[in-house]
Design a protein around this ligand. Structure first.
Ligand code: C2E
Ligand code: CA
Ligand code: CA
Ligand code: CA
Length: 279
């Protein structure tokens, strides 16, 4: 019966077979990507709205493969999650991000912060806290200059370990931020129970500002709520001047988006920062 099912499957959905072969191929390319040094980080500045100074950068992963070209994270991170490869890749990201920001600090003397995305599977790795502390130790970076971005969905999954891991990281002085805020399941209680420092308003809300009055009200309410809980707020996906003006009026703390720049490689990032500081 199993064989019959398979052949029927292949007869009626031949494209499914191709998809899974493509997946397998991508997976084996992905497995080799680390040793071939095909991963790169891009950096997108995060600006303080009060004085327009650079607070730090978000590290964004890119996969530069000779066959596939430049693969954006949305196209390989889900597969890396499923296969568990994200743990090794994520370890590289954290180390590389710490190395880079500690180099910037030495070069510029500015206390910039590096924000790093952490996926659920990576966060649940029993060695995760150890990975972070090893990266800090190796690079001599103080915990306060590393911010880990954790999605709202992970926190709401309500895993007993989550609490302990967040507290361990907080004790190491690492900053914690809630990414994609607003896209989860609207249980807000966790915000006061966990040691978060920052809340990142999802770009889907920022995109509709000024066009959708519900989103305008929502963003303004999120900012006020975050502030009353002692959290800083980053608006991501800021593309237009009027969005920025609205966010400033609402006392949003930081902003990030194409209005300022796309994610940059290290050389471009340093140039951008020095231009930005002069101008
Ligand atoms: P994210 O954490 O929400 O990151 C912000 C995404 O928005 C980035 O896409 C960035 O390039 C894009 N973006 C920045 N400014 C604007 C804007 O003004 N408008 C619009 N429409 N988009 C903007 P990117 O680099 O393609 O990354 C996509 C997602 O992949 C990230 O979403 C994050 O969830 C994930 N990701 C990226 N790097 C890593 C990583 O190192 N580890 C893990 N686990 N996930 C990562
Ligand atoms: Ca993020
Ligand atoms: Ca903290
Ligand atoms: Ca986000």
């Amino acid at each position: 019966a199993k064989n019959r099912g398979k052949s029927a499957f292949q007869r009626f959905a031949p494209e499914m077979k191709e998809v899974s072969q493509e997946r397998l191929q991508t997976e084996s390319l992905l497995r080799r990507a680390l040793e071939m040094q095909e991963f790169e980080l891009r950096f997108q500045p995060i600006l303080r709205l009060g004085d327009s100074r650079i607070m730090g950068a978000e590290a964004l992963l890119r996969w530069n493969n000779p066959t596939l070209g430049m693969v954006p994270p949305d196209r390989f991170i889900p597969l890396a999650e499923e296969t568990g490869l994200i743990i090794t890749i994520g370890r590289w990201v954290i180390r590389e991000a710490c190395r880079t920001v500690s180099r910037w600090q030495k070069q510029t003397g500015d206390p910039v912060i590096m924000a790093v995305n952490v996926s659920p599977r990576q966060f649940r790795d029993p060695h995760f806290v150890e990975t972070v502390s090893a990266a800090l130790q190796e690079t001599g970076l103080e915990g306060q200059y590393l911010e880990l971005e954790i999605t709202e969905r992970l926190i709401l999954d309500n895993n007993l370990e989550t609490d302990r891991v967040l507290r361990d990281l907080d004790e190491m002085g690492v900053r914690l931020s809630v990414d994609d805020f607003g896209t989860g399941y609207s249980a807000l209680g966790y915000l006061k129970n966990y040691p978060f420092d920052t809340l990142k308003i999802d770009k889907s809300f920022v995109g509709d500002l000024n066009r959708d009055s519900d989103d305008t009200a929502l963003v303004s309410a999120i900012i006020n709520m975050a502030h009353s809980l002692g959290l800083k707020v980053v608006a991501e996906g800021v593309e237009y001047q009027d969005q920025l003006e609205f966010l400033s009026t609402e006392r949003c703390d930081y902003a990030q988006g194409f209005l300022f720049t796309h994610p940059l490689n290290e050389r471009e990032f340093l140039l951008w920062c020095s231009d930005h500081m002069d101008g």
